[in-house]
Design a protein around this ligand. Structure first.
Ligand SMILES: Cc1cc2nc3c(=O)[nH]c(=O)nc-3n(C[C@H](O)[C@H](O)[C@H](O)COP(=O)(O)O)c2cc1C
Length: 368
């Protein structure tokens, strides 16, 4: 079950290697264009099932620094036919109608007609800014069992049929696609798939630099991401994988020539990473992290939002994994994780956070 899924941590020594700051003299970063939408700065918050719900997105939005945020992905079948996935679809669309724009919603399936119907609803009933198609999910339930997500990376023809049908249904709302490099290392299809996606009318392509079989093992291959730049003639390329610092964001633009950078895991416990990265792209001085006291308060506010929406029981279960993300990498994180993983009431959660949130280096920094 996704709720219990651990978050694989970005590998520490992953490419692109950081370059010195002020990071790339002469580097001029342009806003990214996704059809009619200007994504400025060209930093995107990735879709993450079970994590990038309205509470998380709100916190990221408050810090700023993203040009486009994304929801969790939804099942087109669950949304259109109101079948088994209904509850999770409704949950995953929490806040979408009211929330500030721009906002992308990602969907998955392998049926062009169903995806077109779902995209149309998202575009015109929900007024989303971008409809994104998932061609990268490696999770068995979606790939092997449902022949969707990354499974489709071996079927360019179907990918083309899906993209063109969804583009026609959603116009003028832009449609984008997110892929991995291929299904396995013996079957890297990203170039062919990228070409098909562009020719079928998509407005941007995001590439996670791993194959599906990797799940999160090894490092994202940014050389392979960069190779796609020459394949795409009209639409922007967004690179994704293992970016966990402003320096790596700048290096991705400077060294690999991508038009945009998408960040997923590293920003779960550091929702301020986009703000820091945007400042780095503008060549501004380093933006310090919030103090640990401020970080703890952000976590408590996050908790309040989630419990208000999902109720005591489910809200506290959901918050366990976020709490671990906030504590990650600090001394005492393991004890904190152990304590929080047993928590099932808000009182208990708040007590554990107040007593055990790793608090070294908590002196006050003038962060704003
Ligand atoms: C818990 C989790 C859930 C994810 N859910 C999605 C998803 O719904 N759709 C998607 O396209 N990618 C999903 N991803 C993949 C991320 O968007 C991203 O491609 C991947 O984590 C690599 O980026 P990173 O190194 O910055 O984390 C998920 C990743 C994680 C860890």
């Amino acid at each position: 079950m996704i709720a219990e899924m651990p978050v694989p941590t970005p590998s520490v020594d992953s490419t692109p290697a950081p370059v010195a700051s002020p990071i790339a003299p002469g580097l001029s970063i342009k806003p990214l264009r996704i059809g009619p939408l200007v994504v400025d700065p060209p930093l995107l918050q990735a879709p993450m099932a079970g994590f990038t719900n309205y509470a998380y997105r709100s916190i990221v939005r408050e810090f700023g620094g993203t040009g486009l945020q994304a929801t969790e992905m939804i099942s087109a079948e669950g949304f259109v036919r109101l079948t088994g996935g209904l509850k999770s679809t409704v949950e995953r669309l929490w806040g979408v109608k009211e929330e500030a724009r721009p906002l992308a919603v990602q969907m998955w399936d392998n049926d062009p007609a169903l995806l077109a119907e779902c995209g149309k609803k998202l575009a015109f009933e929900y007024g989303v800014s971008v409809v994104d198609l998932n061609f990268g999910c490696p999770v068995r339930k979606i790939s092997e069992k449902s022949h969707s997500g990354s499974y489709l990376l071996r079927d360019p023809q179907r990918v083309g049929a899906i993209v063109s049908r969804v583009v026609a249904a959603c116009a003028p709302v832009p449609v984008t696609a997110k892929i991995r490099l291929g299904c396995t290392h013996d079957c890297i299809t990203a170039k062919e798939i990228a070409r098909v996606i562009e020719d079928s009318g998509a407005a941007a392509l995001t590439v996670h630099g791993r194959v599906a079989a990797d799940f999160f093992k090894g490092n994202a291959d940014w050389d392979k991401i960069a190779e796609l730049k020459s394949v795409l003639k009209r639409i922007p390329l967004i690179g994704n994988g293992d970016i966990d610092s402003p320096e790596k964001v700048v290096a991705a633009f400077a060294k690999y020539g991508v038009d945009g950078v998408m960040i997923a895991r590293a920003a779960l416990g550091k929702p301020w990473l986009f703000k820091q990265s945007a400042a780095a792209l503008r060549g501004e001085p380093t933006v310090p992290e919030p103090t640990l006291i401020e970080q703890r308060d952000i976590l408590l506010r996050h908790h309040q939002m989630v419990v208000k929406r999902f109720g005591e029981e489910r809200g506290n279960v959901l918050m366990r994994r976020y709490a671990c993300c906030y504590a990650q990498g600090r001394r005492g994180a393991r004890d904190f994780r152990f304590a929080i993983s047993k928590c099932d009431t808000s009182d208990h959660f708040v007590t554990i956070v107040n007593e055990r949130f790793p608090m070294e280096h908590a002196e006050k920094v003038d962060w704003n």
